[in-house]
Design a protein around this ligand. Structure first.
Ligand SMILES: [Zn+2]
Length: 99
């Protein structure tokens, strides 16, 4: 079905996908593929979870290479403080300065 206004199509797609995801979660299935049970305490099954993690890492690597910030500011902050050879663990005052 073609829509004259792409904004209308996007809004209806969002509603449709939200309904589909809610139905899958209610049925106790993976929210993404809807074929298998999700991992305990999770919404996604193991293969979907792995795929999503790989996609996130690829996206973050691309953003990092382009010098753009990561999508999640909390994770970006943690990433900056990852231990590198010759570095030390962050002190409380380092973390306070970032807030
Ligand atoms: Zn799945």
């Amino acid at each position: 079905m073609a829509y004259r206004d792409p904004e209308v199509r996007r809004a209806r797609d969002r509603e449709r996908i939200a309904r589909r995801t809610a139905a899958r979660v209610d049925a106790g299935l993976c929210a993404k593929c809807g074929r298998t049970e999700p991992l305990p305490e999770r919404r996604l099954c193991a293969p979907c979870n792995d795929k999503r993690n790989a996609a996130s890492r690829t996206r973050d690597a691309r953003l990092r290479a382009a010098g753009k910030p990561r999508r999640d500011p909390q994770k970006a902050r943690r990433h900056r403080h990852k231990m590198r050879p010759g570095s030390r663990a962050p002190r409380a005052h380092d973390l306070r300065a970032l807030r």
